[in-house]
Write a protein that binds this ligand. Sequence first.
Ligand code: NAP
Length: 315
Amino acid sequence: MTKAVNHNVTLGKSGLTVNPIGLGTNAVGGHNLFPNLDEEAGKASVRAALGSGINFLDTAFIYGPGRSEELIGEVLKSYGRRDQIVIATKGAHRFVGEKTVFDNSPAFLRESVEGSLKRLGTDYIDLYYIHFPDEHTPKDEAVGELAKLKQEGKIRAIGVSNFSMEQLREANKDGHVDVFQGEYNLFRRGAEAQLLPYAKENGISFVPYFPLASGLLTGKYGADDKLDESKLRNPLFQGENFKRNVEKVNGLREIAVAQEASIANVVLAWYLTRDAIDAVIPGAKNDKQVAANLQTLDVELTPQQIEQIDFLFRD
Ligand code: NAP
């Protein structure tokens, strides 16, 4: 059965209610990920999002590092209405000299939550994710510390990201996990085998990251386009693979025309028809992209279109 498009959704069993079109903010102050970012354009994206009804912001300590949270904190301060916004952030990266390691120890997670609260200028975080698994901390112990922070009112919901199926099972031993964030898009559908079914069975929301495959799934690329270095690092944008991928994306044009929507809107709407995917967090480099992605709310795919998209990207 097709899931109806809903303009107000609850993330898993968390009780957090959001607009299903959120905003991913690794390009807001995330200079370590995208050099030459314009911080004012980043803040304008966040302001545009909040001003147009997007209320689910996704950030992380490592974007910047720290700078994305700070810029969001600045926007939140002038915007006010904190209770109407759902902020998700993440932690696990610890700097050891020149190196970065993942740390899920209870003490480090607690320290990380405190740091994020300061940078965001808020006294609670709506959704706190363990960003990446480490090698040594039992995952139920790590999540147990987040459960304590939840009881203390410092966070309101618990997420994990980039965990394997086994790690997610361990993390969710006591049923504390509300949201899982993992890579999932039409080109990367590995989560369909186990993670998505597990999320559905356990009342966990699955938030897909890279939903637009870093822009490739917007339909703005031609097979012969010259790409800049930041795109060429991504295998989806390389050589023959890129040409094949562009061709697949072009297969979505007909549906976009029938829906009077953009290809990005069609792609984002398709994710929202998947079980366990309640909300998406496309990234944006400017306020125009934010506004364009929000128009996904007007798209209602037919069962035939849903099937057609599935088939086009099956392998
Ligand atoms: P994405 O959503 O797949 O792609 C976003 C990029 O696509 C934008 O930066 C922009 O880049 C382009 N774009 C977006 N909307 C567009 C539109 N309407 N028209 C044309 N181009 C458009 O990738 P992402 O931003 O890296 O990922 C989304 C979010 O997931 C992140 O912001 C972050 O919050 C989260 N994330 C989490 C993890 C994790 O480990 N948990 C990892 C990665 C990302 P260009 O203008 O440069 O094309």
